[in-house]
Design a binder for this molecule. Sequence first.
Ligand SMILES: Cc1cc2nc3c(=O)[nH]c(=O)nc-3n(C[C@H](O)[C@H](O)[C@H](O)COP(=O)(O)O)c2cc1C
Length: 185
Amino acid sequence: MDLDKAIRERHSVRRFKTKKPDYVKILEAIDAANKAPLAGNIPTIKFLLVSDKEKIQQLAEAAAQDFVATVHYVVVVCSDTANCTRTYEERGELYSTQQAGASIENFLLKITDLKLATCWVGAFSEKMVGRILQIPPDIKVEGIFPIGYEMGATKQRTKPFINSIVYFDFWGNEYMKPKRKPEAG
Ligand SMILES: Cc1cc2nc3c(=O)[nH]c(=O)nc-3n(C[C@H](O)[C@H](O)[C@H](O)COP(=O)(O)O)c2cc1C
């Protein structure tokens, strides 16, 4: 799939078929996530591929979102921020979160490319997720991603028009003024 198509087609899916995906495909998406930029190339991101049915049910409860329990695989993305703060101190926290986001977007695009589907689930009890998956307390849980095949079709969400999100040269200037032609002679 070409990049524009993957970007266009990516959308959050909350209804899944019962068909089980090949977990190797999910590893491919994790591999794509692993190619994202990293501040100082310091790795901070870890992926937990969960297939245990009971744990998946518990993750759905930790998020209070039933659809999470309807899949065969859930990927939990975590950050080991200490790797980054050791080098970048306070900025390290920010970099760690930013690179998790970059990595997750790669993951989402590759999931789309593989004709799989997911939804970024960010609302959950971090304490509960930590307990279910034995995650050490200093590791941050960034998101939960139930993976499956889309059931039916999901309406694409509209996004803001580009002219409402771009400024030119200074904050608030919505117009790119054409450059003047040099005077003749
Ligand atoms: C940080 C973050 C947290 C999110 N948390 C949830 C969530 O807990 N549950 C959910 O159903 N969707 C969640 N979403 C998905 C958004 O609702 C979804 O991206 C948004 O409605 C736009 O739809 P789209 O992804 O199809 O473009 C989250 C998305 C992001 C980026």
